[in-house]
Ligand binder design. Structure first.
Ligand SMILES: *Cc1c(COP(=O)(O)O)cnc(C)c1O
Length: 460
């Protein structure tokens, strides 16, 4: 019986020669299609041996066609973020400004003066231009940009404190997310963590009492994804810098999100700003390029010249080097801050600055375009957008959302969510009170039509 089924399996040759795969053979070449078909036929054989039925030639050819389509599809795929979470790590964090995209495009397309000094024709530094921008914007003496903030910290601690002690407040020995833990980074950098204070309270004298011959640095880390409330005390950065000056120990501060604009302007809690840490006299300040800074993935270090130079000279600096396209788009992003155009040009700030009135008007436009349908209630409802990305925990912005709920007989909220996710350009929304919510705040204006089309088709 099984032998008969196996004998009925089409040969690799017949599948490859089928009409379904003719295009693929002429576009990608016969060898690759043969290889994938061999795998598909082998799978079909295994399925028969496991007690399954025989797949037809057409079914196997379709499987191969789908495998090819998947393999050649662009990835990651662009999608529409209707969650209202502005910096969503799973959805690629910050969308880039037009200028930042154009800069990456121009540099990726051809050659550039990445490491040549055009005045002398000699070798130059890929960091030079970015460094002067960062000095201007943050007031720091020096700057260095690497692959991401995690690698910036690893480099900083390895270069300044390997084999020695680093003092951290117990409430700041935190996990940021994605398995990134301050104690682990310290260990990986070859440093010995000395934690001081208690979970909720730490005083400058706790740091002072822990100083030994072997202390290499005081490390402050922004507890960016949670909040300790109530009976708390954190050490003022200036006081810690003072202790550092008395003892000759540098203060390193991981501020996290890289907020170069004051978040309280938008009714949010204050997020630590790199400029403030520099102003307080901090030795090195670390932050990400793709959170509230609103640029590409990057890790930025600003601070005292000799400390930055020590980082530049460390062998790890080469291992965590930033690439030319990120460099170009980060430069363009920072220029928006220098020219005072960040709030209108940098998408994350434009989203944060959008007023509830503007968002409600967009949700209303979506509602009239979608126009409901039998079995569904489509309405505009008050909502709250979050900042996300490990910044401003618990802080939300007043917003409005399009809310779609079924009447209990039609499609469930889960299946609507799934239908939206399954589109060629997926739409990611969320469920609240059994209704699918779409928050216009995080949907780019040019995606409005696509969003409406997605909803109409999913509800049809
Ligand atoms: C996000 C974050 C990091 C990690 O930054 P990446 O750029 O994602 O590597 C480190 N520290 C803090 C405080 C953060 O918020």
């Amino acid at each position: 019986m099984t032998n008969q089924l196996l004998r009925n399996l089409p040969s690799v040759e017949r599948v490859v020669s089928s009409d379904t795969l003719a295009d693929a053979v002429s576009t990608y070449g016969r060898d690759w299609v043969v290889e994938l078909t061999r795998d598909a036929v082998a799978d079909a054989r295994r399925s028969i041996l496991a007690g399954g039925r025989t797949e037809s030639l057409g079914e196997i050819a379709d499987t191969v066609r789908r495998t090819i389509d998947d393999l050649v599809a662009p990835s990651p795929r662009p999608l529409i973020n209707a969650t209202g979470v502005v910096i969503h790590t799973n959805l690629g964090r910050a969308p880039l400004s037009k200028a930042a995209l154009a800069a990456a495009d121009a540099v990726g397309r051809g050659y550039s003066d990445l490491e040549i000094d055009l005045a002398t024709g000699r070798r130059g530094s890929r960091q030079a231009h970015l460094q002067s921008l960062l000095r201007q914007i943050t007031g720091a003496e020096a700057a260095l940009v690497v692959n991401n903030n995690a690698s910036a910290l690893l480099l900083g601690l390895s270069a300044l404190a390997a084999g020695r002690e680093v003092i951290v407040a117990r409430g700041e020995a935190v996990e940021i997310g994605g398995g990134f833990r301050i104690p682990d980074v310290l260990r990986q950098s070859g440093c010995k963590l000395v934690d001081v204070g208690t979970t909720n309270r730490t005083y400058v004298r706790d740091y002072a009492d822990a100083v030994t011959e072997d202390t290499a640095a005081f490390l402050k880390a922004h507890a960016s994804n949670f909040r300790v409330e109530g009976f708390t005390a954190a050490v003022d950065e200036r006081e810690l810098v003072q202790l550092g000056e008395q003892t000759g120990i540098p203060v390193l501060h991981d501020v996290g999100s890289g907020a170069l604009l004051p978040t309280e302007r938008y009714g949010l809690a204050h997020e630590p700003m790199p400029q403030e840490a520099i102003q307080a006299g901090t030795g090195l300040v670390f932050f990400s390029g793709d959170k509230l800074l609103g640029g590409p993935q990057a890790g930025i270090v600003v601070g005292k010249r000799e400390l930055v130079q020590t980082l530049e000279r460390h062998p790890l600096a080469r291992a965590v080097r930033i690439d030319k396209m990120s460099l170009a788009s980060l430069t363009a992003t920072l220029t928006h801050y220098l020219t005072g155009t960040a709030e209108t040009e940098v998408p994350v700030w434009r989203m944060i600055a959008a007023t509830p009135g503007e968002i409600k008007a967009r949700a209303e436009r979506w509602r009239s375009a979608v126009n409901g349908g039998p079995g569904f209630k489509v309405e505009v409802a008050p909502a709250r957008s979050a900042i996300g990305g490990g910044s401003l925990p618990g802080e939300t912005l007043d917003s409005w959302a399009l809310s779609v709920s079924g009447d209990g007989r039609g499609m469930s909220a889960e299946s609507l969510l799934e239908a939206l996710r399954g589109r060629a350009t997926p739409v990611i929304a969320r469920i609240e009170d059994d209704a699918v919510r779409l928050d216009p705040r995080t949907v780019l204006p040019e995606q409005d039509d696509d969003t409406v089309r997605a909803l109409k088709e999913a509800l049809a």
